[in-house]
Design a protein around this ligand. Structure first.
Ligand SMILES: Nc1nc2c(ncn2[C@@H]2O[C@H](COP(=O)(O)OP(=O)(O)OP(=O)(O)O)[C@@H](O)[C@H]2O)c(=O)[nH]1
Length: 799
């Protein structure tokens, strides 16, 4: 027995020496759970709602950590990038796996800041369900609405957690109301808060009532909140009013469930009393409705005080879907064909790389969700986007900044691959010997970057490391773009916001240790032409390596209609190739249209020729004639291409297409466009005037609407009646009554981005930190002559 023990210990030491960053854990193993016992969930919310604080508690209660990390001290497990700890915000989505009630939870913590919405979107893409955290004082904030809409786009079932119930001014009922009014959700309240007065008369949040099993839960026995005290709620309970409120809450919940769920309706009709409906039946009905996206179960707590987190973890298991509960993903094959990707281990492998992180020791870490089949260690893969063969060196399970090596990742699970050299965020991976080489899972749309900065190496010896570092950052972050300015030769890096590029700078200098300088933050403008219609034919003729290359292209350019955003991929333009195989090739001797197939005359397929034309048009759109900003808002229709003789190459065709477009725009009425942002500002009534004045004055904002937050509930046309616990009863926080104290107004406006630089700090100083805002690119608008001249002067003054 002792021998055995020593033998095992030696093995363990050998393993530790072999790979010193693998941590062998003795708690909460998460292996071998079936797909139905897996939950891939995310936490989405407004900045500072308490995502990281809540997640840290989840890890602690699941036994994954031995102490509770604190955002304010910079000791959290989830925010593990140096910049995240320093700034106390989440930038990259850390993925973490832990076990709860014998289920495996793969949890993705997502950033709340508006600059990182792409990060949220790519996480939502791979989630099966989400926990929305709301701040009980601020309620539903602007960014909550943004992330809620993102989750709607992917039909992600959600539960909600109203956090910070311990704060003065916390109002659970008002927050529930706002969920219905502002988010368009049907919130079903599953818990109500227990509030109690202390000796000094302050009302404190000290527990919750579970409306399903009618028990009072408190965490008073253990300051770390590991022990939950449960007491059945009866009419003898010492806090006045709470029993009646709970009865009202339970009957409303059962009624709402019966209105929406047929099984529950049957039970409801046959039961004499809603109290007789079992907890299990109610839970099942709630689960069915949540999975169908019909309702959102609502819970409450104060994570920072260690109250309410374990019931939330239970709710993740009870109400959020396993991969089998989700619609089967459809992947595209070449042409119009598509295939269902079944979540089964014995199917062919199909995985999506949803995140790439560069790790100094391990190299690129590719986070994947396996949709079907099984991904084994050392497998040879095929990346259908880059069309490269890739080899798996190691598979890892992540525990935030801690890892465990695993032999495989099965269908429905999330893990990390080490060893892939070319894979980027959004790529589809299959097994190398799979014949479905064009199989692609749907990827996310990435909004156009609106800021850029020049980045320069501090010396010649730093150029290579800078190039390498930028390459790695680009693989990680698809919302960043790097390109070389043709006139100045400078490298420009563009992204989604000021903070986004600030973090890139931090990472280049501190993580990648590159000596580089970054120029001023600049707005990324666009260019377009004001015209009715341009018909243009262009002849390209060159001598290339002793051979004469000749091609002719005809195209038509028209502006896109006001509401037509164009295609993301095509930079807000719409490119149509109206080429048919029979009209492409002409014999030089006989200029008439030749009826032969393309490949009989030249060595290129029709697809290669079309791709070359497309690439040429795209490259020309990338750099406009005024200041070299991308061209946008055009519809370009290429309707004829003639190749003369058999010598045409793909490069020659691309160059012809690119020059045809540039030539067509020469001497036309070209204008500069500036990014216009959709701005939503939550502001207390007393600061409304000052914020509006600032917005419509120097910031040139155009106010589209004003709403009152919270009180407009009745306007919402949603005929399911929902239960809203009163915020005015004796057990509720601080004796607030239902009338909104400090009501907030929501300003919706269109504002040029150029006037919104540094807006967070000026809004903070205008409102004493009581307002919050959310900003997204709406469109690109034409600039006035004066503004355009000023921008041209500024840009020509150098970067
Ligand atoms: N009073 C109180 N404060 C809380 C509670 N939960 C979180 N906080 C505080 O709120 C602040 C923000 O918490 P985080 O957990 O970093 O919020 P987050 O949503 O992860 O923030 P981002 O990652 O930046 O989006 C910190 O100062 C926390 O200590 C709570 O239940 N009560």
């Amino acid at each position: 027995m002792i021998k055995n023990y020593i033998g095992n210990f030696k093995n363990l030491l050998i393993k530790i020496q072999r790979y010193n960053s693998v941590h062998y854990r003795f708690y909460s193993s998460v292996k071998d759970y079936s797909i139905s016992k897996t939950r891939n969930i995310g936490i989405i919310a407004h900045i500072d709602a308490g995502k990281t604080t809540t997640t840290e508690r989840m890890l602690y209660y699941a036994g994954h950590t031995r102490r509770i990390g604190d955002v304010d001290d910079g000791t959290t497990v989830m925010d593990y990038l140096k910049q995240e700890r320093e700034r106390g915000i989440t930038i990259t989505s850390a993925t973490i796996t832990f076990a709860w009630r014998n289920y495996r939870i793969n949890l993705i913590d997502t950033p709340g800041h508006v600059d990182f919405t792409v990060e949220v979107e790519r996480s939502i893409r791979v989630l099966d369900g989400a926990v929305t955290i709301l701040d009980a004082v601020s309620g539903v904030e602007a960014q909550t609405q943004t992330v809620w809409a993102q989750a709607n786009r992917y039909n992600v079932p959600r539960i909600a957690y109203v956090n910070k119930m311990d704060r003065v001014g916390a109002r659970f009922g008002k927050t529930v109301k706002e969920m219905k009014y502002k988010l368009g959700a049907i919130p079903l309240v599953c818990q109500i808060p227990v509030m109690q007065k202390d000796n000094r008369g302050n009302v404190l949040f000290c527990g919750i009532v579970d409306l399903l099993d009618m028990q009072v839960l408190d965490w008073n026995k253990d300051p770390k909140g590991s022990i939950i005290n449960k007491t059945p709620l009866t009419d003898k309970y010492p806090i006045m009013g709470i029993y009646n409120e709970a009865i009202k809450g339970r009957s409303s919940l059962i009624e709402a469930l019966s209105e929406m769920d047929d099984n529950m309706l049957d039970l409801f009709l046959s039961a004499e009393d809603h109290m007789k409906i079992s907890v299990e039946d109610a839970k099942q009905a709630l689960r069915r409705l949540t999975l169908r996206g019909k309702a959102v179960p609502v819970f409450c707590g104060a994570s920072f005080r260690n109250i309410g987190v374990q019931p939330l973890m239970d709710a993740v298991i009870d109400y959020l879907p396993c991969p089998l509960d989700r619609p089967v993903p459809i992947a595209s094959l070449s042409g119009d064909e598509s295939v269902e990707i079944l979540p089964k281990e014995n199917e062919k492998l199909c995985a999506l790389a949803f995140k790439v992180i560069h790790d100094n020791k391990r190299g690129p870490m590719v986070f994947v969700r396996v949709y079907s089949g099984k991904l084994d260690n050392h497998m040879t893969l095929y990346n259908t986007n880059t069309q490269h063969k890739e080899r798996v060196n190691k598979l890892l399970q992540m525990y935030a900044n801690d890892v465990e090596e695993i032999p495989s990742i099965t269908a429905g699970n999330i893990g990390v691959i080490i060893g892939l050299k070319e894979t980027r965020t959004g790529d589809t991976l299959i097994q190398f010997n799979d014949s479905r080489k064009s199989l692609r899972l749907q990827t996310i749309d990435i909004p156009a970057p609106v800021f850029f900065r020049v980045v320069e190496a501090a010396g010649i010896s730093e150029e290579k490391p800078l190039e390498e570092a930028l390459k790695n950052i680009l693989r990680e972050d698809p919302s960043l773009h790097v390109h070389i300015d043709q006139d100045s030769g400078q490298t420009l890096i563009s992204g989604m916001g000021e903070l986004h590029l600030e973090i890139v700078k931090d990472r280049l200098l501190n993580d990648f240790k590159v000596k580089a300088e970054l120029g001023k933050m600049r707005i990324s403008y666009r260019e377009t032409v004001i015209t009715d219609k341009i018909d243009h034919t262009y002849l390209y003729e060159r001598e290339v390596m002793g051979k004469r290359v000749k091609a002719q292209i005809s195209l038509t350019i028209t502006p896109l209609y006001e509401n037509d955003q164009g295609s993301f991929k095509e930079g807000g333009n719409r490119i149509t190739l109206n080429l048919s195989k029979k009209t492409i090739v002409s014999d030089e001797l006989d200029q008439s249209i030749n009826s032969q197939e393309t490949n009989e005359l030249i060595n290129l397929s029709f697809e290669e020729i079309s791709n070359a034309v497309y690439t040429g048009i795209i490259s020309s759109l990338y750099r406009g004639p005024i200041l070299g900003f991308p061209i946008t808002k055009l519809s370009i229709n290429v309707h004829s291409l003639r190749l003369f003789g058999a010598e045409s190459t793909k490069t020659a065709i691309s160059t012809c297409a690119s020059q045809a477009l540039t030539d067509a725009l020469k001497g036309r009425n070209l204008v500069l466009l500036e990014p216009l942002m959709n701005v939503n500002i939550d502001v207390p009534e007393e600061y409304l005037g000052v914020v509006l004045g600032d917005l419509t004055g120097t910031r040139r904002g155009n106010v589209l609407g004003l709403e009152t937050s919270g009180n407009v509930f009745d306007n919402f046309d949603n005929n399911i009646e929902i239960y809203v616990p009163s915020d005015s009863t004796s057990f509720s926080s601080n004796n607030n009554n239902d009338t909104v104290v400090n009501p907030k107004r929501v300003i919706h406006a269109h504002v040029p981005l150029s006037t919104m630089l540094g807006y967070s700090s000026s809004l903070r100083s205008l409102t004493g930190g009581t307002a919050s805002f959310d900003m997204r690119l709406s469109s690109f608008g034409i600039m006035s002559d004066d503004r355009a001249k000023a921008v041209i002067r500024e840009m020509q003054g150098g970067f």
